[in-house]
Design a protein around this ligand. Structure first.
Ligand code: EPS
Length: 340
């Protein structure tokens, strides 16, 4: 079993992550992890806070040189933006604040914000880098792309930049949809025998666990609901690479809908929970859109879950043992799959 935990607040000293159950013998250079963190940090649509953060990190355990030892991996990412927000009883509309304040019995919304902030996803990316690297070494390619941004459904870098600039000028924020694909996955990952072993359920939990994600679909997803069985059967790609909660040898395709960032630059009307006076909450550091950053996070969250399923099937002690087992399995299943 591969598992991970994260800890840390948005403006605390460090974000911390522990990855446990990862095999020995995987070379993961610091520059590789730094590159993945940069992809998330420098994604289009980010706030001014990103110019401040460098995501300087330390791998405090689990590596000998650049190679994993099989022991738990600990990562610490330093926060540069450490000025703690002043205590406030004003929840940000549309964020975790109100429900979190009620749940934890506090009038200080900052205590909720600090941990609910998407800043935490930096450490998921750092841990996910190990999983992504493992997949690469096993010939599995996991990628992401943004397929829509607001009303824009044909995404080029220039069109996205213009749409983000337009939203910013209008004091608005944007949602969007990102897609994750995984090619080269061995067939038979996940399991139909119990609901919580189904890979779609596991991937759904990992991806719905990303801040701002409101929708998740596999392959044809919601579109399949309005198709007839004859039409659906004619296009096996609509399965999105999963049947009965298991990989079926085809490319995996997942999509997630990300809501527009609720923190509006022009502010949003809220209610102070102590005085019940209406006040404007204005958010100067919110991102204009989180969808590009979320796509990178999604790639890593999916990589971790897929690595977990892979290690369950093929063993998790070392890459040296794992690699020939995966190759052997591909040969065996390929004899059937290639003749269908
Ligand atoms: C975030 C709000 C902004 C973002 C932050 C996520 O930060 P602040 O807490 O300073 O308002 O910049 O994202 C990051 C710093 C990051 O690295 O992703 C939020 O409310 O989720």
């Amino acid at each position: 079993m591969l598992r991970y935990l994260t800890a840390g607040e948005s403006h605390g000293r460090y974000l911390t992550g522990i990855l446990e159950g990862f095999p020995a013998g995987v070379k993961v250079g610091r520059s590789y992890i730094a590159g993945q963190l940069r992809r998330r940090r420098q994604a289009p649509g980010r706030s001014a806070r990103q110019a401040l953060e460098t995501d300087a990190f330390e791998v405090a355990s689990g590596l000998s040189g650049d190679v994993t030892t099989g022991a738990p991996i600990t990562i610490l990412i330093e926060n540069k933006g450490r000025a703690l927000p002043t205590p406030s009883a004003l929840p940000r509309p549309g964020h975790a604040d109100l429900a979190g304040m009620l749940k934890y019995g506090t009038f200080n919304a900052s205590l909720i914000r600090e941990r609910a902030s998407a800043r935490e996803t930096a450490v998921r990316v750092a841990l996910g880098s190990f999983a992504l690297r493992l997949h690469e070494l096993l010939g599995i390619a996991i990628n992401s792309r943004v397929v829509s941004l607001g009303r824009l459904s044909s995404i080029t870098a220039a069109a996205a930049a213009a749409e983000i600039a337009r939203a910013r000028r209008a004091g608005d924020t944007l949602g969007g949809v990102f897609e994750i694909t995984a090619e080269g996955l061995p067939a038979g990952l996940g399991d139909f025998t119990h609901w919580d072993r189904r890979l779609g359920a596991r991937l759904g939990a990992a991806l719905m666990g990303i801040n701002g994600v409101k929708g998740f679909e596999v392959g044809g997803g919601f579109g399949l609901a309005s198709r007839g069985g004859i039409a659906a059967a004619a296009d096996p790609e609509l399965s999105g690479g999963l049947d009965g909660g298991m990989t079926n040898g085809r490319a995996l395709t997942l999509r997630c809908a990300v809501k527009p960032v609720p923190g509006l630059p022009g502010g949003a009307l809220s209610t102070d929970l102590r005085t019940f006076k209406k006040k404007l909450y204005s958010s100067k550091t919110s991102d204009t859109t989180a969808v590009f950053a979320a796509a990178v996070v999604g790639e890593h969250a999916a990589a971790l879950e897929l690595a977990s399923a892979l290690l369950e099937k093929f063993g998790s002690d070392s890459l040296t043992e794992l690699k020939p087992r995966v190759e052997e399995w591909r040969k065996k299943t390929g004899k059937i799959l290639n003749r269908l």
